[in-house]
Ligand binder design. Structure first.
Ligand SMILES: [Fe+2]
Ligand SMILES: [Fe+2]
Length: 171
């Protein structure tokens, strides 16, 4: 059985993951609106990954005999100044999520909740990739410094993103 304090933290993280999915849907719509279909595609897949993260947390909490309590999801921003501004916001958001995961690991250690600690390891590794993926695109956008040719080339490249090869476990 998982402690009430740990359950509360997992429920808070489920809300964070759902907000992440919401935020990336909003960014996908921003890119659709600016006719950058490849960027929009990348963000839609990112949103689906966040839903897969949510499923991992939900399945785990249920498996541990905890109660999933869904809360309201905050409205995300809908407009950004540029593709660079949107990806900088995505990178900052991933850093925030990494901090949440790190705090959860610390709590699991303090509570000697080894099952949660082991479960969270996957997310620690995943966040390294999440930050790197967003930061790579930030750095490339900075290099092209808003040049339209570069943006269109990148749009074609981001259109090639395929769904993650590591789907969430079955519920
Ligand atoms: Fe996530
Ligand atoms: Fe993420």
């Amino acid at each position: 059985m998982i402690s009430q304090a740990m359950q509360d933290t997992f429920n808070k993280q489920i809300n964070e993951e759902l907000f992440s999915a919401y935020l990336y849907v909003s960014m996908a719509n921003y890119f659709e609106h600016t006719s950058l279909k490849g960027f929009a595609h990348w963000m839609r897949l990112q949103s689906e990954e966040e839903l897969a993260h949510t499923r991992r947390f939900v399945t785990y909490l249920n498996d541990r005999g905890g109660r999933v309590v869904l809360d309201a999801i905050a409205a995300p921003q809908i407009e950004w100044d540029s593709p660079l501004a949107a990806f900088e916001a995505a990178y900052e958001h991933e850093c925030h999520i990494s901090a949440c995961i790190n705090a959860m690991v610390t709590q699991s250690v303090e509570e000697k909740d080894h099952a949660s600690h082991a479960f969270l390891e996957w997310f620690v590794t995943e966040q390294v990739e999440e930050e790197a993926n967003a930061d790579d695109i930030v750095q490339q956008l900075k290099l092209m410094d808003g040049a339209p040719g570069g943006i269109f080339m990148m749009d074609r490249e981001l259109a090639q993103r395929s769904a993650s090869a590591d789907p969430a476990p079955a519920e």
